[in-house]
Design a protein around this ligand. Structure first.
Ligand SMILES: CC(C)(COP(=O)(O)OP(=O)(O)OC[C@H]1O[C@@H](n2cnc3c(N)ncnc32)[C@H](O)[C@@H]1OP(=O)(O)O)[C@@H](O)C(=O)NCCC(=O)NCCS
Length: 151
């Protein structure tokens, strides 16, 4: 039993070390679109957008979204062996009186990689990126239905 637990611990550690967490760029558009479609298809109750709606978003539109956000809109991805296995999006409210607020959307980790700290790592990086102008109290998580995710 102890050996199994040690192997599991090693495997989680290995995955953390071999995985890259970074902001997605326009060159990730195709993989981002594929993972978003998987998320909406497999976890429909976790997201406001439906597969049917997102299917109309082209790779070019995804590239534009990933290219143009500056510090106000971005998506972080967890990359393992050149594939995106997890993602978390962020946008800052655009109204002047709401600029101190931000929303986190589209948090998703593909099933095979769950339970290894990927979701936590994504949210940690995302909060570090915008922590300079939005404190945690003003960060909201978009959820269509009551559900729990790692804080
Ligand atoms: C929710 C999700 C992103 C978690 O990703 P993950 O990589 O498995 O999460 P982590 O391994 O980083 O877990 C971090 C912590 O959150 C907890 N956790 C993970 N998923 C959870 C869930 N669904 N409910 C409650 N706690 C959860 C873990 O136990 C862990 O806590 P610990 O460190 O105290 O043990 C993933 O399960 C997923 O994609 N779910 C489907 C989509 C979804 O629900 N998205 C969120 C709504 S937008």
């Amino acid at each position: 039993m102890a050996i199994v637990q040690e192997l599991l611990r090693y495997s989680r550690q290995y995955h953390r070390e071999s995985m890259e967490i970074r902001r997605l760029t326009e060159s990730d558009a195709e993989s981002f679109r594929k993972l978003r479609l998987e998320a909406l298809d497999r976890e429909p109750t976790s997201f406001a957008e439906s597969v049917e709606e997102f299917q109309n978003t082209s790779v070019e539109a995804c590239a534009e979204r990933l290219r143009s956000g500056g510090m106000d809109r971005f998506v972080f991805g967890a990359i393992e062996k050149f594939a995106i296995v997890g993602m978390a999006g962020f946008y800052r409210e655009s109204h002047l009186k709401y600029r101190h607020k931000g929303r986190i959307w589209g948090v998703y980790v593909t099933e095979e990689y769950r339970g290894r700290g990927v979701g936590r790592a994504l949210l940690t990086q995302l909060l570090q990126m915008n922590g300079a102008y939005i404190d945690e109290e003003h960060m909201m998580l978009e959820l269509p239905l009551p559900c729990s995710i790692p804080a």
